[in-house]
Design a protein around this ligand. Structure first.
Ligand code: PLP
Length: 391
C-alpha cells in the first residue's frame, strides 16, 4: 500500500476496521476510544487543541455564551459581542498593522478571503505560492496546493497562480507589478516541518513591499505558540500584510480569520461590489471558546515551555536507528526511510496507546503536534512507546 492509498484509510473505513478507533472522549492530552482504551494524543486534533481537549475555561465560555444566544445576524449596524471581544484580544497581541479581524468558519475560508482581499486591494491578477504548501481544500485554497497529485483531479483551478520552491530565491526575482500577493506558511507543516531561512523570509517581505504586492502568512497550523513564539512570524523579523489563522483560533470549535490593516481591509466594504460574506463565520460560540483558550494560552504563557518539551522529544528519540528528527517547538517530524515503515510504526503506536499520524506531503514523516499542555511525563511515556514501536 503506498502513501496515497494510506490517506484514504480515513474515508474507506469499513466494518472490518476495529471499532476501537472510534474516539468517545478527550481531555487534556488524552483520548479514549469506544472500548475505554486510552491514548496519548500527539496530534491534538491536528494542531487545534493547544490548551488541551475540553479545557474547563473553554467549556465554561461555551456554556455561558449559550445562555445568551447561539446565532444572530451581524450585517449592517448589528454586532455580536463575542466576535468584538475576541477581535480586540487578538489585536492587542498583534503588531499595530494587523488590527482588523475578519472571522470565517475555517482556515481554508480565511485563505479564500485573504486572496480576494489581496486581489481587490492591489487590483492585480497574480498569486504566488509554494511547492509542498497546504492551505485548505476549497477551490481557491486547492489552487495554491503544493502537490500536483492532489490538485490534478480538480482542474480547471484558479488562473494566475505561480508556484515556487520554498526557501529559494527565484520567487523574490519574479515578484512584479502584476503580483497581488505571495501566500506562504510561515513554517511549512504538511511538507514535514520545513523552517524558512530568516534572510530569505526578510528578502521576500522586502520584495513584496518594493513591488506593492501583499505578503500573506498562513499561520493556521503554526500560530498560537506552537513554534515557540505566540506568532511564528516573530521569529523571522517580518510582519505580514495579511495574517491567516485557524485551527487553535477556535479553541476546539471551528473558526478561521484573516487579519489586516484598516486601510487594506476597508476595500471589502466598498459597495456595490460584494466584499466577503459568511452566515456563520465568527460564530458566537466559536469566538467565546477561542477567546477563552487564548486567555489560557496568554496567562500560562504556554509558548515558553515549548522548546524545553521539544528538547525532551529530541533527547528520547534522536538515537532511534534509521530516522531523523526535524522540528520547531511542538511541530515535530520524525523522518523514516519510507512511508510504509512510517505507517507500520504509526499503527503500532496506536495499538500501544499513542495517537500519531503522518504529514500529507511527507508521508514518510511521523507527525507530532501535541497539545502544548502535554506534560513532561506524558512526553516521556509517548517516546517510550515510539521507541518500542520502532524496535
Ligand atoms: N492552512 C494550513 C497551514 C493548514 O494546515 C490548514 C489545514 O490543515 C489549512 C490552511 C486549512 O484549514 P481548514 O482545514 O480549517 O480549512
Amino acid at each position: 500500500m503506498n502513501h496515497r492509498e494510506l490517506f484514504f484509510r480515513h474515508l474507506a473505513q469499513t466494518s472490518d476496521e476495529p471499532l476501537a478507533w472510534e474516539i468517545s472522549k478527550a481531555e487534556g492530552a488524552c483520548l479514549w476510544d469506544a472500548t475505554g482504551k486510552s491514548y496519548l494524543d500527539l496530534i491534538g486534533g491536528i494542531s487545534v487543541c493547544h490548551v488541551g481537549h475540553r479545557h474547563p475555561r473553554v467549556l465554561q465560555a461555551i456554556a455561558e455564551q449559550a445562555e445568551h444566544y447561539l446565532h444572530v445576524m451581524v450585517y449592517g449596524e448589528l454586532i455580536q459581542s463575542p466576535q468584538v471581544q475576541y477581535a480586540e484580544l487578538l489585536a492587542r497581541h498583534l503588531p499595530a498593522s494587523l488590527q482588523q479581524v475578519y472571522f470565517t468558519n475555517s482556515g481554508a475560508e480565511a485563505i479564500e478571503g485573504a486572496m480576494k482581499l489581496a486581489k481587490r486591494y492591489t487590483g492585480r491578477p497574480h498569486i504566488f505560492c509554494f511547492h509542498k504548501s497546504y492551505h485548505g481544500s476549497t477551490q481557491g485554497a486547492l489552487s495554491l496546493l503544493g502537490d500536483e497529485y492532489w490538485r490534478q483531479a480538480y482542474r480547471p483551478l484558479l488562473p494566475g497562480i505561480f508556484r515556487f520552491d520554498y526557501n529559494e530565491n527565484e520567487v523574490i526575482e519574479q515578484i512584479n507589478e502584476q503580483t497581488a500577493c505571495v501566500v506562504l506558511e510561515t513554517i511549512q507543516a504538511e511538507a514535514g516541518v520545513v523552517v524558512p531561512d530568516t534572510a530569505w523570509m526578510q528578502a521576500l517581505a522586502d520584495a513584496c513591499k518594493q513591488n506593492g504586492a501583499l505578503l500573506i502568512l498562513d499561520e493556521v497550523q503554526c500560530g498560537f505558540g506552537r513554534n515557540g513564539t505566540l506568532w511564528a512570524f516573530e521569529q523571522f523579523g517580518v510582519v505580514p500584510d495579511i495574517l491567516v489563522l485557524g485551527k487553535a483560533l477556535g479553541g476546539g470549535l471551528p473558526l478561521g480569520a484573516f487579519i489586516a490593516s484598516a486601510e487594506i481591509m476597508q476595500v471589502l466594504t466598498h459597495y456595490p461590489v460584494l466584499g466577503h460574506i459568511t452566515t456563520f463565520g465568527g460564530h458566537p460560540l466559536c469566538c467565546a471558546a477561542g477567546k477563552a483558550a487564548m486567555e489560557v494560552l496568554l496567562e500560562e504563557r504556554l509558548w515558553e515551555q515549548v522548546y524545553e518539551k521539544e528538547k525532551l522529544f529530541h533527547h528520547h528519540l534522536q538515537s532511534l536507528p534509521g530516522c531523523k528528527i526535524r522540528s520547531r517547538g511542538m511541530m515535530i517530524a520524525i523522518e523514516f526511510e519510507s512511508a510504509e515503515i512510517n505507517k507500520q510504526i504509526i499503527r503500532r503506536c496506536w495499538e500501544k496507546g499513542v495517537f500519531t499520524d503522518w504529514y500529507l506531503f511527507a508521508p514518510h514523516c511521523m507527525r507530532i503536534v501535541p497539545p502544548l499542555i502535554i506534560s513532561y511525563e506524558q512526553i516521556q511515556q509517548a517516546c517510550e512507546v515510539i521507541r518500542d514501536s520502532v524496535r
